[in-house]
Design a protein around this ligand. Structure first.
Ligand code: UDX
Length: 411
């Protein structure tokens, strides 16, 4: 098939590459010329395990442009542009621009919206542009995006016309997973409800972690393991830590709460999950303060991991970045290190260091992101106090002082 993909961000690029790998011809569009130039040369524009090989393997099935003119003979066009939350509501500027541009050059293709949009949006856009829209939300995680796209748990397709739904189903037939075909509104809400549920699950275990910290003998990881073996609960997303971040959970939870309020409904559980997540930062600040003689000002603190999770260079909505900002504000002398993610502002301020230097310069180290690279830092962090928010350190030698999250702090 000739498939158009408008928006080559994280989800867009991975979707395009996986579909190219299935033998489809991909017509990729992005407004950013630098991105188009890099991709045309086989150079990935973002960090994702396996992406460079997949790009180079499929580059002959890739045509790229900054203009939707390229899409004139596409059969199916995926719209995968950002839908940010502005003033707690979803902003449709990019999706409107994309649809306007696409409809100038192609009036026959099936238009599939993969961007996350609140229920009723596909209908609204259909009316605005006089086209039928299929909703096909994505459930891929950064860091495992290629595998998640090739082997999802389910495919959700929403729309009003059976033939177009069947056509989109055929694009994803290679995955061999259950397909839910429904109307646009259900498809749109499935995405929000899924993300909000997963975020709530993490906040739930983080509250249990808080309780464990008061109870001699309790350890949140053992409690989570015991809970997760129950199939009704499942082990996923029960890892306590610094809380959830990223480009989806923070914005989607806020958007669905505010959308519900517009419909005179209060989503109390999701609101509580957001509050618990915000409190993770202050709790970690308090913990750090306790171990630094009751004050943060002038104290040397090393932060390991600035991306919002491991195996990505994405710092959007990163809890680590929020923690760093708060520590700097309190007057702490912060050094930061990440194996992949870099923030120009930190480099400019001189905060960014090598892993060794970051550790050496610090009285207290906080492992904020679950990078495998940090598993063995006990060897280079002898004698240091470490708040291991994600419990990644493998062996704990006597030379380091680990400070647990989710168990009583006896140090
Ligand atoms: C998420 C959804 O999982 C995906 O379905 C959707 O399409 C996009 O948003 P992503 O944001 O890439 O994916 O990452 P995810 O693995 O879900 O992690 C989100 C945040 O939760 C990260 O900050 C992660 O560190 C945190 N997390 C995750 C935990 O703190 N504990 C867990 O057990 C799992």
């Amino acid at each position: 098939m000739k498939i158009g993909v408008v928006g080559l961000g994280h989800v867009g690029l991975v979707t395009a590459l996986v579909l190219a790998d299935q033998g489809n011809m991909i017509l990729g569009i992005d407004k950013d010329k630098k991105k188009i130039d890099m991709l045309s040369k086989g150079r990935p524009t973002l960090y994702e395990p396996g992406i460079e090989d997949l790009l180079n393997k499929n580059i002959k099935r890739f045509r790229l442009s900054i203009s939707c003119e390229l899409l004139s003979d596409a059969e199916v066009i995926f719209i995968i542009v950002p839908t940010p939350t502005i003033n707690k509501s979803i902003d449709l500027t990019y999706i409107n621009e994309a649809l306007e541009e696409v409809s100038r050059f192609n009036k026959k293709a099936i238009i599939v919206v993969k961007s996350t949009v609140v229920p009723g949006t596909a209908k609204l856009l259909s009316e605005r542009f006089g086209i039928k829209i299929v909703s096909n939300p994505e459930f891929t995680r950064e860091g495992t995006a290629i595998e998640d796209t090739k082997h999802p748990d389910r495919i959700v397709i929403g729309g009003t016309d059976k033939n177009t739904l069947d056509m989109v189903e055929s694009v994803w037939a290679f995955t061999g997973v259950p397909v839910i075909k429904t109307n646009n509104e259900n498809a749109e809400l499935i995405k929000y409800a899924s993300n909000a549920f997963l975020a709530t699950k993490i906040s739930f275990i983080n509250e249990i972690a808080n309780l464990c910290e008061k109870l001699p003998g309790c350890d949140v990881d053992v409690v989570a393991e015991g809970m997760g073996l129950d199939h009704r609960i499942a082990a996923y997303f029960l890892k306590a830590g610094l809380g959830w971040g990223g480009s989806c959970f923070p914005k989607d939870t806020i958007a669905i709460v505010s959308f519900a309020r517009d419909h005179k409904e209060k989503l109390s559980i999701i609101e509580a999950a957001i509050k618990v997540n915000q409190e993770r930062i202050e709790r970690t600040m308090e913990l750090a303060k306790r171990h630094l003689g009751g004050k943060l000002k002038g104290r040397r603190i090393g932060i390991l991991g600035i991306s919002f999770k491991n195996d990505t260079d994405d710092v959007r909505g990163s809890q680590s970045v929020k923690l760093i900002e708060r520590l700097v504000k309190e007057g702490a002398e912060v050094s930061v290190y990440d194996p992949v993610a870099k923030l120009e502002t930190y480099e400019k301020q001189g905060l960014y260091k090598s892993q060794e230097e970051c550790i050496k310069r610090s009285d207290l180290i906080i492992i904020a992101t679950e990078w495998r690279d940090f598993s063995d830092i006990d060897k280079i962090a002898k004698g240091k106090k470490i708040i291991d928010t994600r419990r990644v350190i493998n062996s704990v030698s006597n030379d380091i002082v680990p400070i647990g999250i989710g168990r009583l702090d006896e140090s």
